[in-house]
Design a protein around this ligand. Structure first.
Ligand code: SAM
Length: 328
């Protein structure tokens, strides 16, 4: 039976990670990061391994066929390995963004940035980088410089490995994104935001969207931080909880939006992508205000159909095309 390139690379990562996990007494996900690093450098970087183990690993890497693979194939193989590792241990806010959402965001960012060839892109909650690299692979006709930030050092290491293996230039910052960010303004933000309360009230006090009482919502602060680092006229795409505009902080959010951005769209994703109603999300699309930029005639609003219903999906994409013709 022939093995697909994705399966072959996944098997390489999996086999080598299992050896490294055992030898280094680490988690599978940490071993994936070590293995990805070896694969990228074409060398075994763990000095503590015996010569025999190093040889065994080297042989597996040389059979991976990395050089002849497409970027998307590499991303998918790494994604499978990370998913396996995340099954062992993960918190909901650390989960990788599902592929279906990444693909759809990739389509949307392509549409909104149609005329631009040179872009700077930020993901302030980059995690494993799966969402970011899906979007980068979708924008392959443009020159995109990207920046990613995440507080989790293992996830950001996986993002670094994914970008290296797919040959994407990516600047990374391992820090709390709500602390000051030292980055140049960007044209585009994409982010699957961490949802919940931000524990650092002192830092939250720097934000207009700080809550009047108790902890602030981190996803609200992330939106404000992202808008701050976007060029006037730039676009922002966020995965947000469906109930974003229903919380007790919604009034403040509306006020902030009115002053700084134009809402371009709110697309509710199909329920089938989520475990329960509580965790269901929408894509919020914003444009930072600029002197000569006008709001859309109509906000793009839709309930996305299930991806397993191609006819409904086709109708929805046709409606969106219509919206782009009338508004962009
Ligand atoms: N799109 C990512 C991917 O494809 O892997 C997943 C993003 S995940 C839903 C949210 C991320 O936000 C997690 O990686 C988490 O570590 C990060 N995060 C949470 N709070 C943060 C903070 N204050 N600063 C930076 N990153 C944070």
């Amino acid at each position: 039976m022939t093995v697909s390139p994705i399966e072959n690379l996944f098997n390489t990562l999996d086999d080598t990670a299992l050896v490294l996990q055992e030898e280094l007494s680490c988690t599978y996900l940490e071993a994936i990061a070590e293995s990805g690093e070896n694969l990228f450098h074409g060398n075994i970087l763990q000095d503590e391994l015996t010569e025999l183990t190093k040889k065994r690993l080297q042989k597996k890497y040389s059979d991976a066929g990395l050089d002849s693979m497409e970027k998307e194939q590499i991303r998918k193989a790494l994604q499978l390995a990370i998913l396996k590792g995340m099954k062992e241990s993960s918190q909901p806010n650390h989960q990788m963004t599902p592929d279906a959402i990444g693909m759809f965001l990739s389509y949307l960012t392509g549409k909104f940035t149609k005329g631009s060839q040179d872009l700077r892109l930020l993901d302030p909650a980059i995690g494993t980088g799966n969402l970011l690299t899906t979007v980068l692979n979708g924008l392959s006709d443009k020159k995109v410089a990207s920046v990613g930030v995440d507080v989790d050092d293992l996830l950001i290491k996986l993002a670094y490995i994914g970008a290296n293996l797919q040959k994407h230039p990516l600047e990374l910052f391992n820090q709390d994104s709500l602390e000051p960010l030292f980055i140049d303004p960007v044209d585009l933000v994409i982010s699957d935001l961490p949802v919940g309360y931000y524990p650092n009230d002192l830092r939250a006090a720097d934000y207009e969207l700080q809550s009047d009482k108790g902890h602030s919502y981190s996803h609200h602060l992330f939106i404000e931080q992202s808008v701050k680092h976007t060029k006037p006229g730039g676009y922002l795409f966020f995965l947000v909880p469906n109930h974003l505009f229903e919380s007790e902080e919604a009034k403040k959010l509306h006020g902030y939006f009115k002053e700084h951005v134009y809402i371009q769209g709110l697309l509710q994703l199909p329920m089938s992508l989520f475990k329960n109603e509580q965790s269901a999300k929408s894509i919020l699309i914003l444009q930072k205000k600029k002197e000569d930029v006008k709001p859309p005639k109509e906000v793009l609003m839709a309930n996305m159909p299930s991806l397993s219903n191609p006819k409904a999906m086709e109708n929805m994409l046709a409606k969106m095309d219509q919206w782009f013709t009338e508004n962009k």
